[in-house]
Structures are given as C-alpha cells and as structure tokens.
Design a protein around this ligand. Structure first.
Ligand code: PLP
Length: 393
C-alpha cells in the first residue's frame, strides 16, 4: 500500500506502539496514586509533557494534554470567549480553518460574538492588511491556523503576532498547529502565539490525544471540572497510553524533524515534477501553483492538485483499487460536498471537482511516486475519455 493521506492520519511508529503497550501492560497506574505504580505513571506523564514542550520550544508547565486537536481548538476558543466576552465581542478567524475552529466560531456567533472570517487569496493566504482592518479595540481573540490541511499554505503566524503587538491589541492569539507540528520547526516564543493546538495522530502518534500550549501567565477558566488533573484546567484521569504515545511521537520530532521534513519534501517534489511532465491540464492549488520545485509558503507535507475534466472522488477510488490512499480534502469533511477551503481560494467548480490532496510522511519514497503517477495517468486519461464520450451522446 502507498499511503498518501498523512494529513488525515498517520501510521503509529514502532516507538509509539512500544511506549503505549508498555503503559497498558506494565505502567498502568493512575498518576494521582501515591504508591510506586502511581508514581511511575506520574513520572511518565511528566516525561511526555517535557517531550511535547521541547518539540514546540515551550516549557512543560505550558503544555496541557487533551483528547485531540478538536478539543484543543475548542478549549482555546471557548475558554478565551468565556473569560473575555465582557471586554469585547470581536473574534477574528479565517474562512479556511478546519471545522474544529470554524464551527466553534459559528457557535460563538450564537452566543453574541461578532466573528470576522477573513478571506484568503488564490494561494490560500490571508492578507495582513485585511487583518489590520478587522482588528478593533474590542477584539478578544484571533484564531488563525498555521498550515492549512487542504492547500498546505503556511500562514504568516510570526508576522500576525508582530502586528497584534504593534497595534497594542489585547486579543489572545490562538493558532491551530495540527498540520504544522512535525512538519515545520516550531518555537512558540518566536511565533509569538498565546495558544497553539496539536494532535497526536498526525505525527505518528495515537488517535485520541492532543495537546494545547498555553503561554505562561495566560489564565483561562477550566474546560473540564473534576479531580483537578492538568493543573485544574482539564480534569479527568489522564489517558496514559495516549500520553505515552504522543510523548514518543514528540521525541521523534525532536531528534529528526529536519530529516523527516526533507524526506517528505523529496517525495512531494518528485511527484510534482512527474505530474507536470506526464499529465496535462492539471492545476496545482495553493502556494505550489507558483511553479516547479519547492515554493515559498508551501508545507513539505501537502500538495493539492486539480485534474481538470475528472472527478477527484472517482480518481480516489481508482487509486484505492491500485493500493494508493489519497483524499479529496479533509477527512472530517470528506462526506460534505465541495471544499470550503478551495472555494475560499476562488477555484472554479471544475477545479474543485477534480481536486485531489496528496499528503506525505517521511516513509514515502520517490519510487512510490513513480507508481502513483503511472496509475494516475491511466486513470485520468480513461476518465476524461469516458466523460467526453458521455457528453457526445
Ligand atoms: N485542525 C486541523 C488543521 C486538522 O487538520 C485536524 C484534523 O484533520 C484537526 C484540527 C482536528 O484534529 P483531531 O483529528 O485530532 O481532532
């Protein structure tokens, strides 16, 4: 199988599986228990927190474990709204966020929030001028994702935080980093964010665990009330197998991010080059449209391509039959018609209809990409022929 849907989820690594299995079989204590088994679990909890913190350039007191990226996003957005909505009602986000942010902000609208959904350009990026214009004195939250899960566009997070600082804004700055963690070098201080969401299963860790970075000094109300775990912020007995797994995944990021990103990019660029050479009437979406090779603002992990005259969904199923996994967009919205991201980028209906997202891990190889292009070329030609014949009838 050739797995090219790493933005949907990734294969857990051997180190992750080992760490989780050990937690289930041996280190199964409750970290709140006072005897040795509990203390050993507490040690493991601390070690995972240190690893996640280090991979984000943060300190361990700034990391809170959650159940997924969606929970991290919900916690960040709802906690800021709850604690600051007396100071202002404006929330700024973008039209291309993941539903975890988008639908949270739409829910805030029902609570009285004045939400601005910033548009993006053809490359999938917001403009700093539009953000500056939307920024009012009563803006309490800005939530802008780092890497887009469909287009691979890298938003200018450090520039956004610099702008907020320059304008003396009191807004809390949250970024959804689910698709940037493990793909880009990250340093929370350099990025200047207050809140940052990550998820275990996008970085060869397990599903059902995520983390939220909360900048030191930022006080937010508890998300879950109960026994006071996670410094009272998120009660509930910790998901220790998941936390051990996300810790192991973070360790791999710390030790080999540059090599991993290079391997992803090598596979991506080989695929891009071969697609350009072998299949006509295609369109790269997002920053990859700028030309051959690596493009500015494009993540090494995602490439979105429209095969004009084809239906992406039909290509997906043909590739699946040949043992290749791709997607037509975000897994969470794959059952919903059309892509809100590609629409916001101004793509024509036939470009959206023919879009396929390839997303890479460091395990993908250029040789695999040769097989993908050969299979795709036959699939695209056959679909175009069939559709042309059907139209003539
Ligand atoms: N944010 C982004 C950008 C994503 O791509 C995803 C998952 O696809 C999420 C949030 C949600 O993460 P999780 O699946 O861990 O809830």
């Amino acid at each position: 199988m050739i797995y090219l849907d790493n933005s949907a989820t990734t294969k857990p690594s051997a180190a992750v599986i080992e760490a989780m299995t050990r937690t289930l079989q041996e280190d199964y204590g409750n970290p709140s228990s006072l005897y040795k088994l509990g203390l050993s679990a507490e040690k493991l909890l601390k070690a995972s927190r240190v690893s996640v913190a280090k991979s984000l350039g943060a300190s361990s007191e700034e990391i809170f474990f959650t159940s997924c990226g969606t929970e991290s996003d919900n916690t960040a957005i709802k906690a800021v709204w709850e604690s600051r909505n007396k100071q202002g009602k404006r929330v700024i986000t973008t039209q291309v966020e993941h539903p975890a942010v988008l639908n949270c902000c739409k829910w805030l609208q029902s609570k009285g929030a004045d939400v601005v959904f910033l548009p993006v350009d053809r490359r999938g990026l917001i403009s700093l001028e539009a953000l500056e214009q939307a920024l009012t004195d009563d803006t309490i939250l800005v939530s802008i994702m780092h890497v887009n899960n469909e287009s691979g566009a890298i938003m200018p997070i450090a520039e956004i935080s610099a702008l907020l600082k320059k304008k003396g804004s009191k807004a809390v700055f949250h970024s959804d980093g689910v698709q940037s963690w493990g793909k880009l070098p990250l340093d929370m201080k350099a990025l200047g964010v207050d809140l940052y969401s990550v998820s275990g299963h996008k970085v060869h860790g397990p599903k059902g665990v995520g983390a939220l970075y909360v900048k030191k000094g930022l006080h937010l109300p508890a998300f879950m009330h109960g026994g006071g775990q996670e410094l009272n912020f998120r009660s509930g007995t910790e998901n220790m197998p998941g936390i051990a797994g996300i810790g192991a995944a973070a360790e791999a990021i710390i030790s080999s991010l540059p090599q991993k990103a290079k391997a992803m990019e090598a596979a991506k660029l080989h695929l891009k080059e071969r697609l350009m050479a072998d299949i006509d009437n295609i369109r790269f979406n997002g920053p990859d449209a700028d030309g051959p090779g690596a493009c500015r603002d494009a993540a090494p992990s995602v490439m979105n391509v429209s095969f004009i005259g084809c239906r992406g969904e039909v290509l997906l199923h043909t590739l699946d039959t040949a043992g290749i996994c791709v997607s037509t967009g975000s897994a969470c919205s794959s059952k919903v018609k059309g892509s809100h991201v590609l629409s916001a980028m101004g793509l024509k209906p036939e470009e959206i209809e023919g879009a396929v997202r390839f997303s890479f891990s460091d395990e993908n190889t250029p040789e695999e990409m040769d097989y993908v292009v050969d299979t795709l070329k036959a699939a695209v030609e056959s679909q175009r022929r069939l559709r042309a014949a059907f139209k003539k009838r």
